[in-house]
Design a binder for this molecule. Structure first.
Ligand code: B12
Ligand code: SF4
Length: 450
């Protein structure tokens, strides 16, 4: 069938830019191979790079997010940049933080160079941030455009270590990751990485001040977040709430030490400062890094691990959390500093998605119960929650026989969870209805301290 040529408006055709472009030959986008794209990334300053199709089975969850940011997306370029291990390992937080921010800026610049190089070859490409800025309208849900850990693993640039970070076979844990989402279809698949760089030493587990790394590969998100991210999103909110609730300057000074205020100012003025990253710091894995650990493990622990674990410092925890119990038991020389968790759900439905992230195993040990929740209103949700000797299971709908049945308008339930409303008042006014063993409500609340 013959194609009808597009109708051209005379006014547009007379435009100088249009006239200039009409006489130029049209350029087809350049066909790309893995080797070519890798060379572009290395030339742009990456220490290692790979490529993965968005159809890769490990990226099925990521693909819709990538396509929301670039609708024509077909592949992702994974970028690795090294960090300087000695800086990251320093007990002086300012030194480690400077290195994280330096490397983070480099990742963004390298990714930008790759994105613009691919665009110049005719393929639309974008470079989401290494970390921040993120999509804060989705907070406290998923705010990142693409999970760079998943991309790097699918591109065979490393494997996830016990500490839930990607370990590069050569550079170890001392890397930050970037990703360029591109409309290009790139020919060639990476060679599979044939081994796991993690040497299973469990030093990350021993060094984490809040016990966020678990021996079975679990990760206590809220423990890490409440401490390490003290001067980020919700830690900052807690700080502001302290200001709002203080009755006088003297009351504020009782609540927040002068060094905490100064540290917050520094984070706002010079980019936010992490409080730990000790899991990465102590990790001996990776060909370029492993030597000293292999030569003399005891000395390695003395030189690298001990200065971090023995450092007296404030550790930010939520009262009643597993993290609080961990600091008191393992690091009595560190100062337990209680903060409010501001990881609060935005809707009744997201409440049930979020609770696995704030669940505390300690208060859930030694008992079991099934809870049915029937939350009503515009965001109506039904869910079954099972707590069984330190474990949590959440399932949509009302399944099995409950030990406690809870029904309330969704917004009221969120207000109770955030302590805006008293559960006693809600029960007395029959807005909150509970059937079964009511003491279970207190036990439930203890598993999600705020
Ligand atoms: C969210 C996030 C965090 C969260 C969660 C960490 C985590 N383990 O995922 C917090 C705030 C705790 C965090 C802390 C740190 N992070 Co961070 N973080 C990210 C981010 C934005 C997304 C991570 C991700 O893909 N998570 C989802 C899945 C893939 O991760 P997961 O391990 O399977 O899931 C765990 C948790 O994330 C959580 N979870 C799962 N789904 C969801 C959904 C939501 C909405 C939330 C909130 C949590 C959550 O539950 C799981 C528990 O096992 C990436 C940047 C990016 N755009 O990719 C950087 C990134 C992972 N972080 C990085 C770093 C360096 C750190 C810190 C060392 C920061 C520091 N300087 O102190 C610590 C290390 C903590 C640790 N041991 O993981 C690097 C890691 C580099 C590497 N070698 O892999 C990344 C890749 C940034 C980068 N571009 O280089 N981080
Ligand atoms: S510190 Fe040891 S156990 Fe933890 S991730 Fe590194 S190599 Fe694996």
């Amino acid at each position: 069938m013959q194609k009808t040529p597009p109708r051209r408006s005379a006014a547009l055709e007379a435009h100088p830019t249009v006239r200039k472009l009409r006489v130029l030959p049209t350029r087809e986008p350049e066909a790309l191979t893995l080797e070519r794209v890798r060379a572009i990334a290395l030339e742009a300053g990456a220490d290692d790079a790979g490529v993965v199709s968005l159809d890769h089975p490990e990226l099925l969850d990521e693909a819709p997010h990538a396509r929301r940011a670039l609708p024509s997306a077909r592949s992702i370029v994974a970028i690795v940049l090294r960090t300087h291990a000695d800086d990251v390992r320093s007990p002086a937080r300012s030194v480690a933080n400077l290195e994280f921010h330096r490397a983070a800026k480099d990742v963004d610049e390298v990714a930008h160079r790759v994105a613009t190089a691919l665009a110049a070859l005719g393929h639309r490409s974008i470079n989401p941030a290494m970390a921040f800025p993120m999509e804060m309208d989705a907070f406290p849900g998923r705010t990142w455009v693409v999970s760079q850990k998943k991309v790097a693993v699918a591109a065979q640039l490393g494997r996830m270590g016990l500490h839930r970070n990607v370990i590069h076979p050569r550079f170890g844990s001392f890397v930050l990751l970037g990703a360029v989402i591109t409309a290009a279809a790139i020919d060639g698949a990476p060679e599979p990485l044939s081994f796991d760089p993690c040497v299973d030493c469990k030093l990350c587990l021993a060094a984490c001040p809040v016990g966020a790394i678990e021996a079975d590969g679990g990760f206590r998100f809220s423990a890490c977040y409440d401490h390490n991210y003290r001067e980020f999103m919700t830690g900052f909110e807690d700080f502001v709430e302290q200001v709002a609730e203080s009755k006088s300057r003297h009351d504020f000074r009782e609540r927040v030490s002068i060094s905490q205020s100064a540290s917050m100012w520094q984070s706002l003025a010079y980019k936010p400062n992490y409080k730990a990253a000790y899991c990465i710091a102590v990790c001996p894995a990776g060909e370029d890094v492993l030597g000293p650990f292999l030569t003399d493990r005891a000395r390695f622990v003395e030189d690298v691990v001990r200065p971090l674990t023995s450092k007296p410092e404030p550790v930010y925890v939520v009262a009643g959390s597993d993290a609080e119990a961990h600091v008191k038991k393992r690091f009595p020389h560190k100062t337990v500093t209680r903060v409010q968790s501001s990881l609060r759900p935005a809707s009744a439905a997201s409440f049930f998605r979020a609770i696995p992230l704030t669940f505390q195993r300690g208060p859930a040990r030694g008992w079991r119960a099934t809870f049915h929740f029937d939350l009503t209103g515009p965001d109506a949700t039904q869910a079954t929650v099972r707590i069984d000797d330190g474990t949590l299971e959440v399932e949509p709908g009302l399944v099995g026989a409950p030990d406690l049945f809870v029904s309330a308008p969704g917004q009221l339930w969120l207000d109770i969870v955030s302590k805006k409303r008293s559960p006693v008042w809600a029960v007395l006014t029959r807005r909150l209805r509970v059937r079964g063993d009511r003491t279970l409500l207190t036990r439930f609340a203890a598993c999600f301290p705020r």
